[in-house]
Design a protein. Structure first.
Ligand code: MAN
Length: 773
């Protein structure tokens, strides 16, 4: 060991010129117990690879010689890394001191070994190194030019963009105000339409209702008008349940196929036509000239004009209806929110006749529901007690009777079958009465169906009664006019025929109710032939209606009598349940030859070509401006991004990554093609198809030795391993290109890439390259 000292000292002095001065002062403890003393270490024995201070290790802090001493923990990594042997003529090559004098030639000159051990191969080796150095220098020259140019153009662009940004922001303000103006125009247009319709409907309904010649509601009391509205809704519910939407043209008889729907839609629409809506939870009426927002009413009307088969009448449903699909629009008419598993009621318009829930759950909400249910039942009883409901009650009773008969027969039949089996066992051969059971379920279903029709009618009627009661309680200034307008509106939107109207009238005006026992025997609930009365010299019904009903009655009576005869023949079980069974008819709404078509047809809720065109134009200019604004905002956001050097600083120092923003780079390696996209994702594909996700762009950073590192993380999970990730280390080069790909650990991918952006000062220093003018 000692013989090597000279050589080693050379190393120390070379690497640490201060070492000798410090070492001159070095004293260290030596020996133990009574023999302990301080010894002085001469400079040539410091870091000579021989441990003179075994207790403290102070003389060999840069070698491993004192490793294991009691006080010195061993050579420190940082110190070790600085302790290198420099090969003369090879500035890039530094070798660990342990490789000096180890018998292996590391330096091309052989300077790391004793003289004569190695051959000098520097000419050969340095030529290759020189070539590499030249290549590096060339790349650096070119690359750093490109880098400078790109940085300069980014910086110029950035300044310009910062200036432009102010201008663009000014455009936003003006676009926004133009957009607001356009929206305002559309709103004003809708309000104008609303006002026009209100005036039109008011004039027309007043005429239809009270014209001395043709008025159809002349002479009626407010109570009668109110009950006619309730029964009109009952009719609407029955039509809705009896004839599902596709089977009839009637648009507004509560037109959702959803039988859960219990709100009397025609009445709600009639309300809008009268400038009136009912508050969504208390059903207190709000008139437009009082509390109702004109804009809301205009929006509702306009929406309904455009969506005649799925109208709305509250803000909430308007919002749903206008922004969502028809599926959601349909839900609007449903009492129970299908997304709510609890089956809670929608707290808007649809609860006016229901809920019909189990009241046993003990929250105040449910107590309230219980109260509502009580109220509903009371109203239902009240409605069932009206003359209009007589045929419904009769049909219900008849249906119950027949159904219990069918059930009893079924039991007997089953019992009989059992008995037959028993009889076989016991030898009793009497099989009992034989009944053909085939039509029974059919009849039973039809009767159930009829009961459902009646119940839907009742639900609608209850819904209307709730609204009527609240309306009356609110004591509106011209109650009669409001009722007339609501009734006419309901008839319009329900698509009611004159004959159905006559049925309402005949059942609510006591003097018109027939005392003709025959018609009761025939169980016809349409009052045929019509009677007529006069109140204060006003004819009820109007002459026009009387005439039309008289004509219609001729055919109806014939049909009714026939069915009476058929029914009477049947002792117990009917063979079929036609419409009109038991005297309960559900009539189709009006058609184009109906008297009411001529009277009410022009007030039906439709959008005509002209108004459609006007709205389309206004809407189009709004959407043009919206698109323009959206584009401008996205442009501005890109500009801000540029000025800010990438909103999250993602363009790196001096915005050097800007020129590479969103660029993709590929390399084929083995059977895979790798594609790395900045600000996006990295993929691995095989045979040109598909692509395994190696991760999403996770940003750029610089590691300890100044190398740029880009990362993609959170890729597709590796089977039994981590999520895939990719790392790129970027070095100086003239072009942007990936030069190597590797997967050193399963699903962890590393790449080397060349790019001009890495040709910077730190690269120059790292490789000791000359400065460029
Ligand atoms: C695929 C490729 C490979 C990866 C394995 C891991 O074959 O993504 O790179 O090593 O999955 O199962």
């Amino acid at each position: 060991m000692r013989s090597n000292r000279k050589n080693h000292l050379f190393i120390v002095l070379l690497l640490n010129p201060l070492g000798a001065t410090l070492a001159q002062l070095l004293e260290c403890p030596f020996g133990w117990g009574v023999n302990a003393k301080l010894i002085q270490i001469p400079p040539d024995q410091i870091n000579d690879g021989y441990c003179d201070c075994p207790i403290s290790g102070l003389d060999e802090t840069e070698t491993n010689a004192c490793s294991g001493s009691t006080q010195w923990p061993g050579i420190h990594a940082n110190t070790a890394s600085t302790l290198k042997f420099h090969c003369p003529g090879q500035p890039q090559l530094q070798i660990a001191v342990s490789k000096v004098q180890d018998g292996i030639c590391d330096c091309c000159s052989g300077a790391d070994e004793a003289q004569g051990v190695c051959q000098d191969i520097c000419d050969e080796v340095l030529a290759a190194e020189r070539q590499e150095a030249e290549r590096r220098l060339h790349a650096f020259r070119e690359g750093s030019l490109i880098r400078k140019k790109e940085l300069a153009s980014y910086s110029k662009l950035r300044e310009k963009t910062a200036r432009d940004l102010e201008v663009e922001r000014g455009y936003v303000t003006s676009l926004e105000s133009r957009l607001n103006d356009a929206k305002d125009q559309l709103t004003q247009w809708k309000i104008k339409r609303l006002e026009q319709r209100l005036v039109q409907v008011k004039e027309r309904t007043a005429k239809i209702a009270t014209d001395p010649e043709i008025g159809i509601l002349n002479g009626l009391s407010t109570d009668e008008l109110s009950w006619m509205i309730v029964h009109a809704c009952q009719t609407a519910g029955e039509m809705q349940a009896m004839f599902p939407l596709e089977e009839k043209d009637a648009k507004f008889s509560g037109n959702s196929k959803d039988t859960d729907s219990t709100t009397c839609v025609p009445l709600r629409l009639a309300g809008l036509d009268a400038g009136l809506i009912w508050e969504s939870t208390t059903y207190k009426p709000k008139f437009m000239n009082e509390a109702v927002d004109k804009i809301l009413l205009a929006e509702l009307l306009d929406f309904n004009l455009q969506h005649i088969d799925s109208p709305v009448w509250t803000q909430k449903t308007l919002d749903k209806g206008s922004t969502h699909s028809s599926k959601l629009q349909r839900r609007r008419l449903t009492e129970v929110d299908p997304e709510n598993e609890e089956g809670e009621d929608l707290d808007d318009n649809d609860a006016d006749s229901k809920p019909r829930r189990d009241p046993s759950r003990d929250s105040s909400k449910h107590a309230k529901k219980y109260e509502q249910e009580e109220r509903r039942l009371q109203l239902e009883q009240l409605i069932l007690g009206q003359p209009f409901s007589l045929s419904r009650v009769a049909l219900r009773q008849k249906a119950e009777k027949v159904i219990s008969l069918i059930d009893a027969m079924k039991e007997t039949a089953e019992g009989g079958a059992n008995m037959t089996e028993d009889a076989e066992e016991t030898g009793n051969s009497d099989p009992g009465p034989m009944i053909d059971p085939v039509p029974l379920p059919f009849i039973r279903n039809k009767l159930d169906d009829r009961r459902r029709v009646i119940q839907t009618g009742l639900d609608y009627a209850v819904s209307a009664k709730v609204l009527m009661d609240e309306l009356e309680a609110s004591n509106p200034p011209d109650f009669r006019a409001v009722l007339q307008s609501l009734l006419i509106g309901t008839l319009i939107h329900e698509n009611l025929s004159f004959l159905q109207f006559w049925e309402l009238l005949a059942n609510v005006v006591p003097e018109l109710q027939t005392a003709d026992e025959d018609s009761k025997i025939c169980k016809i609930h349409i009052t045929c032939p019509p009677s007529t009365i006069r109140r204060n010299s006003v004819a009820i019904p109007s002459m026009e209606i009387l005439k039309a009903v008289e004509e219609a009655c001729i055919g109806l009576l014939q049909h009714a009598q026939q069915s009476c005869v058929v029914e009477d023949k049947e002792d117990a079980l009917p063979g079929d349940i036609p419409n009109g069974y038991g005297g309960f008819y559900v009539l189709n709404g009006r058609d184009e030859i109906d008297l009411f078509h001529a009277i009410l047809g022009d007030l039906t809720l439709v959008d005509n070509d002209e108004t459609k065109h006007e709205r389309d134009e206004l809407s189009a200019s709004i959407s043009t401006l919206e698109t323009e604004l959206e584009n401008l905002q996205s442009k501005i956001s890109d500009m801000v991004d540029l000025v800010d050097g990438g909103n999250d600083g993602s363009y790196g120092p001096d915005g050097e990554l800007y020129s590479m923003k969103n660029s993709c780079h590929s390399i084929d390696s083995g059977k895979y093609t790798y594609k790395l996209c900045l600000n996006d994702s990295a993929t691995q594909s095989e045979g040109g198809s598909g692509g395994t996700n190696l991760g999403k762009w996770d940003g750029a950073s610089v590691d300890n030795d100044g190398t740029r590192v880009w990362k993609w993380t959170n890729g597709a999970k590796c089977w039994n391993g981590p999520k895939r990730s990719a790392t790129v280390r970027v070095t100086c080069g003239i072009e942007n290109q990936i030069i190597s790909a590797d997967e050193p650990e399963t699903c962890r991918y590393v790449f080397e890439m060349e790019s001009p952006i890495a040709c910077d000062e730190s690269y120059r220093l790292k490789y000791g390259l000359p400065t460029l003018e």
